[in-house]
Design a protein around this ligand. Structure first.
Ligand code: HEC
Length: 135
């Protein structure tokens, strides 16, 4: 025979379980919202840089040669790039364009500006199949 106290303990742990699940769920929703808003803010900054936000002596902007970033092919990296003569990352190619067409300075791979540029170029190509090494 089940004692009343056992039933009470089971009931209490069930309610506690529900509460823990609910708070874990609320925490996960909060995390997802944070990740989403942080990423979108980075893409927005990258969008601004891509569309003329980078100082360059010749006033050239990425978007002039890469309409809306579409032909940056973020999903194909790492891959061999003729200009660099090696298998490269997306940011290395962005730096090649910074130094050559833009006649500007390269950025550190982990600088906020480069991360934002990469976030923008990657977001534009979201949905394309990942095909590292393509072309
Ligand atoms: C005057 C034109 C011009 C401008 C401006 C320019 N690029 Fe490029 N970009 C090129 C050329 C040319 C290539 C080489 C094409 C190739 O072989 O993939 C290239 C290639 C790239 C690639 C690799 C594309 C691929 O298919 O793998 C990326 C990424 C890139 N550029 C980013 C940028 C960024 C970021 C900027 C601005 C900082 C920029 N480019 C500005 C001409 C330009």
């Amino acid at each position: 025979m089940i004692r009343k106290s056992t039933l009470a303990a089971l009931g209490a742990s069930f309610i506690l379980g529900l509460a823990v699940t609910a708070s874990a769920h609320a925490e996960a929703v909060k995390d997802t919202a944070k990740w989403d808003s942080e990423f979108k803010a980075s893409v927005k900054r990258g969008d601004g840089l891509f569309h003329g936000g980078i100082k360059s002596s010749n006033e050239v902007a990425c978007v002039q040669c890469h309409p809306e970033g579409s032909n940056t092919h973020a999903e194909t990296y790492p891959k061999y790039q003729k200009q660099l003569g090696k298998v490269s990352q997306l940011w290395e190619m962005a730096n090649w364009c910074l130094e050559n067409p833009l006649e500007s300075k390269p950025m550190a791979a982990d600088s906020q500006d480069m991360v934002d540029l990469v976030a923008y170029m990657t977001m534009i190509r979201r949905g394309y199949k990942l095909e590292a090494g393509k072309y």
